[in-house]
Design a protein around this ligand. Structure first.
Ligand SMILES: Cc1ncc(COP(=O)(O)O)c(C=O)c1O
Length: 449
């Protein structure tokens, strides 16, 4: 049986290459192998364009080990005892230009804590994109609100901001744009609509470390912004998250909620609100501080390689790299995404194109499925809790509003490559483009075989 697509096996695929080489092998510059371009597709037994693995992830250096061991030996592993979480919060807030940062256990708990701080709850509607990781939507339902999907802009893979206003009702209480793949959503339009309707914006920047909108770091433009430091992310501590805001009242609620509702983080057994334990450990924070010292340089390498790759791919008929909005002054390139049009590839279906590309030694996958059609929504709405909040009519009306035709098409055409593939040599990009060109030149063979 085919293994389901998970972040873990995608990351594995991105690191090992189709030729099945070892994870720990380091990248080395390779020459663009133009001679195989016209050869038989690797999927049909020809020579693959690439036989080496792409760069491995995570990257570690000696100071990561030292930081980890220092926490271990100090014995202060919880943030209530130690100082690393506070130090990381100060560093991340300063780098992003935000007044406040709260470290959390994950991106999901950062989003959940933020929704609590905004007071979102039963009966409320929250606008979300259908093209995102499921956590963006799960957190809305965890506070018993309804996620209302705003269709995607297929050119950019982001929430189509021009469709937000039509989705707003008197129940709408928040907008969650996601900076998908590290490319900012259209914040000019989103913030203007939000201001007009007096709605808070919670930026899901879980994939967008150091991305910028008009030279301002994303996560700092809405009321709150959230990051993930999960293993696949551009800044990584295995798991982890952070909330950014300039609002003192909101950060106070977040701090309290994330540590079981304490009045202050060190207030012992004294509680002022309902809360949870979403604290980051000192190990995570210490690792983030050392990883952070490499983020800027890695981000620059990703962007340079991605821009170089885009120049080549957009020359190939039927390949449309994700466009950025004019306001995007920095893309974090957590994902490299493009759309595939099979009519330029002798009708070869996307699934076969992906297999052919993988066989050429280029890890890739087809990305998200349409979240608005996933069974978890219906199953959650059928739960006793939801049925006691929402009437059958509410839920029937919800289904009517829940169609995203542009996103359906996008999910059929998308092709993803992963951030670590952008960390190597420029010649790696030549090989990616070459593999696509090779598949195109041999498409009729692939279509008939
Ligand atoms: C867009 C988006 N939102 C939220 C999350 C949740 O983050 P975490 O996995 O750290 O809980 C992720 C993680 O993949 C994400 O990509």
């Amino acid at each position: 049986m085919k293994a389901p697509l998970t972040r873990r096996n995608f990351l594995g695929a991105a690191l090992t290459s189709a030729a099945g080489l070892k994870l720990e092998a380091q990248p080395r510059p390779v020459l663009a192998v133009t001679s195989v371009a016209a050869g038989k597709p690797a999927l049909l037994g020809g020579d693959p364009v690439r036989k080496e693995p792409f760069p491995s992830w995570p990257k570690t250096q000696q100071n990561d080990e030292q930081a980890w061991m220092t926490v271990l030996k100090k014995g202060l592993w919880c943030r209530m005892d130690g100082s690393y979480a506070k130090e990381f919060e100060a560093a991340w807030a300063k780098l992003l230009g935000a007044k406040y940062c709260l470290a959390t256990a994950s991106g999901t708990t950062a989003l959940l804590t933020s929704l609590h701080a905004l007071g979102i709850g039963p009966g409320d509607e929250v606008l979300v994109p259908p093209y995102t990781f499921v956590a963006t939507v799960n957190v809305v339902m965890l506070v018993h609100a309804l996620p209302v999907f705003v269709d995607s802009d297929p050119e950019t893979f982001q929430m189509d901001a021009s469709k937000i206003e039509a989705a707003i009702t008197e129940r709408t209480k928040c907008i969650i744009p996601v900076h998908l793949g590290g490319s900012p959503a259209d914040l000019d339009t989103i913030l203007a609509v939000a201001r007009k309707h007096k709605l808070p914006v919670l930026e899901d920047a879980c994939q967008a470390h150091l991305a910028e909108w008009r030279h301002q770091k994303v996560s700092t433009l809405g009321e709150l912004g959230c990051f993930s430091f999960q293993a696949s992310k551009n800044l990584n501590s295995g798991e982890g998250g952070a909330i950014l805001t300039n609002d003192e009242d909101l950060i106070k609620i977040c701090e309290s909620f994330h540590t079981n509702g304490r009045g202050q983080s060190d207030s012992g057994f004294s509680y002022v609100r309902n809360g949870c334990n979403h604290r980051m450990t000192e190990f995570q924070a210490a690792l983030l501080l050392t990883q952070l010292s490499r983020l800027e340089e890695q981000s620059r390498t990703r962007a340079q390689n991605a821009e170089y790759l885009t120049k080549q791919l957009r020359e190939i008929p039927g390949i449309a790299p994700a466009r950025m909005y004019d306001g995007c002054t920095r893309n974090a390139y957590h994902l490299y995404m493009f759309r595939y049009d099979k009519s330029h590839f002798a009708g070869v279906p996307r699934a076969r194109f992906l297999k052919a590309l993988q066989a050429e030694g280029i890890p890739c996958n087809g990305g998200y499925t349409p979240l608005n059609k996933e069974p978890f929504l219906k199953n959650t709405f059928g739960s006793r809790a939801f049925r006691s909040i929402y009437s059958a009519d509410d839920l029937a009306r919800y289904e009517e509003r829940n169609r995203c035709p542009a996103n359906d098409r996008l999910c059929e055409e998308a092709v993803w490559m992963f951030q670590t593939m952008l960390l190597g040599a420029r010649s790696d990009m030549d090989q990616i483009a070459e593999a696509v060109r090779k598949i195109q030149s041999q498409a009729s063979l692939l279509a008939s075989a």
